[in-house]
Write a protein that binds this ligand. Structure first.
Ligand SMILES: *[C@@H]1O[C@H](CO)[C@@H](O)[C@H](O)[C@H]1NC(C)=O
Length: 171
């Protein structure tokens, strides 16, 4: 933890579906009027969310169900609050491109490329950094170099020996 960083870390991930790719977009978007626009979750953006859970993170999704104006736009937003050493488990975003912005604190991020290399790229981001990463998490147990087993233990809620055994099998 860096000196001066508050006891919670906030990252704002903006997930935008790739509208320019035909297969990534609703085939016939139709929206003439937005009858109601409420932004309840946008209010109080500087209020930390409760991160006292096994992952040490809290995802607040802002999608069309909360911001009606997003209807047919193929865009959703997520705010993620992290406790110190909290994590967002390895995941994929089918048919989507992800933009991530660190608003406050320091965040260790990474992704694994697709088969056959399964190469693990990683970087530590600081406030204001925006790497535009695309996360591909297939075969994370065989990532090269390997993902820290502590991360996998927490993300998948597994025992350390199970994670080590899986990493041995996939490497
Ligand atoms: C996220 O934070 C909100 C507000 O602090 C809280 O109501 C909710 O239970 C938290 N969710 C998780 C999964 O911890």
């Amino acid at each position: 933890m860096m000196k001066g960083v508050p006891n919670y870390l906030v990252a704002l991930a903006i997930i935008a579906l790739a509208c320019s790719v035909a297969s990534a977009y609703d085939p016939a978007p139709l929206q003439d009027f937005v009858l109601q626009l409420t932004l309840p979750l946008m209010l109080g953006l500087n209020t930390p969310r409760n991160t006292a859970n096994p992952l040490g993170s809290n995802v607040t999704l802002l999608d069309v169900s909360k911001i009606l104006g997003l209807n047919t736009l193929g865009v959703s937003l997520a705010r993620i609050d992290f406790a110190p050493y909290g994590l967002n488990p390895p995941h994929t975003h089918p048919r989507a491109t992800e933009i991530l912005v660190v608003v406050e604190g320091t965040l260790y991020v990474g992704f694994v490329t697709s088969n056959p290399e399964n190469r693990f790229f990683t970087k530590t981001l600081n406030a204001g950094d925006n790497p535009g990463l695309i996360v591909i998490a297939k075969n994370i147990f065989g990532a090269n170099p390997p993902i820290n087993p502590d991360v996998l233990v927490k993300a998948f809620q597994l025992d350390t020996n199970v994670v080590e055994s899986l990493q041995k099998k996939f490497m």
